[in-house]
Design a protein around this ligand. Structure first.
Ligand SMILES: *[C@@H]1O[C@H](CO)[C@@H](O)[C@H](O)[C@H]1NC(C)=O
Ligand SMILES: *[C@@H]1O[C@H](CO)[C@@H](O)[C@H](O)[C@H]1NC(C)=O
Ligand SMILES: *[C@@H]1O[C@H](CO)[C@@H](O)[C@H](O)[C@H]1NC(C)=O
Length: 461
């Protein structure tokens, strides 16, 4: 079919448009421990290493945990918890002691590279004014030990710190936080060349507005995108739109030079009835596609040159977290170290060069080397899908016998199902090469076996 550009041309175009020159982003993971059934810290460090993870974030400075990271080569962010903020703000001797007993015994062997002072302090009104004084005291304590450049100090804020976040370009901080907390913190971060830490959960926005927000947009799947009415920039996913709302808010206060680290983001694999979108498949899609997006490099529409630095939430399902069901189901792993679902976590896995590493006899969703499938976009027009289907089954050389009347994949008899079968056949026959699952923009790659009735989609010839 002549109307399709040759795939080598598509490949060339995709190479030209990829941000090959910018740094690839970084993926770390939050090691939360609000549970009574987790493996020993030694085992956890082994798990992180097996998974190829090079960054982890803790919520405290438990000595046994810090000791376990000794020599692991993993870069660690540790935390001075909210309950110690007032003491840290009140006296330099508190932070001196804290650094002496909590940091020095484990530095440099345990890889501590950052300290999160408090967590989401913006949501605790009576703590906000203590934040920057405690960061400053801690900084002075690090300076006394010549650790102020080796260990960065910041504090994770939640998206609730924004008064406006849509459209992204109108992002601004809540006015009552600006003077007591945000401005002094951004001044501190600028002075110490440290990033602002931000926790970003597209899941919350989606769950609360599922009638207005496209699930594909929330999960980094192919979608029409959202244009920012303020500056015309186009967003293909909610994560970047939310991150840019933070950048815009910083920009409005003239802190364009301060970087951002996303210290938490995730999607629950289970939720209560009213937690729309919480599911294993959606969690796998969000986290898997996020990792691919981050490791592909490049920044956001508003900050194209920024390097994405993202910590997934979280390593384990944590059975003692209070609140709705979702709170206990953000983990990539069960406490027995089996995967809740399988996603790539390293560049090699993303490239399909190696399979995501299974632990303890395998993941629940079994994925072997390079196992990916190609399917049709449900939102594509019938006309385009039909043309692409005709191409795949004709000139493209896909095996379309199973979707003929009476054959095994004739049912369900839908254009999307039939086109998916044909696209996947073509893609597998081309050895899943880059650019072979596009079909003029009406197809995309997935990492879990497609489900169309009883039809089995092949994975490789
Ligand atoms: C931090 O606060 C907790 C709770 O109040 C307290 O038990 C702990 O001793 C404090 N840590 C330090 C280092 O003072
Ligand atoms: C802040 O408010 C919480 C909840 O009302 C209270 O438990 C805590 O003691 C307060 N902290 C300070 C520093 O006033
Ligand atoms: C990004 O970097 C390029 C190359 O250094 C530069 O020309 C461009 O102005 C930068 N863009 C932004 C938005 O900073």
């Amino acid at each position: 079919m002549a109307s399709f550009p040759p795939f080598s041309l598509l490949l060339l175009l995709s190479l030209l448009s990829s941000p090959a020159l910018s740094d690839t982003g970084k993926i770390g993971i939050n090691y939360g421990r609000i549970a009574d059934n987790l493996p020993s810290p030694e085992k956890v460090v082994e798990l992180l290493k097996t998974q190829g993870l090079t960054g982890a974030k803790l919520y405290d400075t438990d000595p046994q945990v810090l000791q376990s990271f000794s020599g692991s080569g993993i870069s660690l962010t540790v935390a001075l918890p909210n309950e110690n903020l007032t003491a840290a703000a009140a006296s330099q001797s508190f932070t001196d002691d804290w650094v002496r007993t909590r940091i020095l015994p484990f530095h440099p062997n345990s890889g501590i590279s950052a300290i999160a002072v408090g967590n989401e302090v913006n949501t605790i009104p009576n703590l906000t004014s203590y934040l920057v004084p405690s960061m400053s005291n801690l900084y002075a304590s690090l300076q006394k030990n010549s650790l102020d450049s080796a260990i960065k100090i910041s504090s994770p804020i939640s998206l609730a710190a924004l008064g406006t976040s849509y459209p992204s370009s109108s992002g601004s901080f809540k006015s009552d936080l600006v003077n007591p907390m945000i401005k002094p913190m951004l001044d501190f971060l600028r002075k110490t060349s440290s990033p602002l830490m931000v926790n970003i959960y597209p899941f919350f926005a989606y769950a609360a507005n599922s009638d207005q927000i496209s699930l594909d947009y929330a999960l980094f799947r192919p979608n029409a995108g959202v244009v920012d009415s303020g500056n015309g920039l186009k967003y293909s996913n909610l994560f970047e739109a939310q991150l840019d709302a933070v950048y815009a808010a910083m920009s409005s206060l003239q802190y364009d030079d301060v970087e951002v680290s996303v210290t938490e983001t995730g999607w629950p694999s289970k939720g209560d009835q009213n937690e729309v979108g919480a599911s294993e498949a959606n969690a796998a899609a969000y986290n898997g596609n996020l990792v691919k997006r981050v490791l592909a490099g490049g920044g956001t529409p508003l900050r194209p040159n920024a390097t994405l630095d993202v910590y997934l939430f979280a390593l384990f399902n944590e059975n003692q977290k209070p609140g709705p069901t979702s709170e206990r189901n953000y983990g990539l792993f069960y406490p027995n170290e089996q995967k809740v679902y399988s996603i790539p976590l390293t560049a090699a896995e993303v490239a399909g060069a190696v399979a995501p590493v299974a632990v303890n006899g395998g993941s629940k969703v079994v994925v072997t080397a390079g196992q990916t499938w190609c399917v049709a976009n449900e939102a594509a027009s019938e006309d385009k899908l039909q043309k692409a289907l005709d191409y795949a089954c004709g000139e493209g050389g896909a095996d379309c016998r199973p979707i003929q009347s009476g054959a095994t994949c004739y049912n369900p008899k839908s254009l999307v199902a039939h086109a998916s079968y044909a696209f996947n056949s073509y893609y597998q026959r081309k050895a899943r090469a880059s650019g072979t699952c596009d079909f003029g923009g009406v197809a995309h790659v997935i990492t879990q076996a497609p489900e169309f009735g009883n039809c089995k989609f092949p994975t490789g010839y």
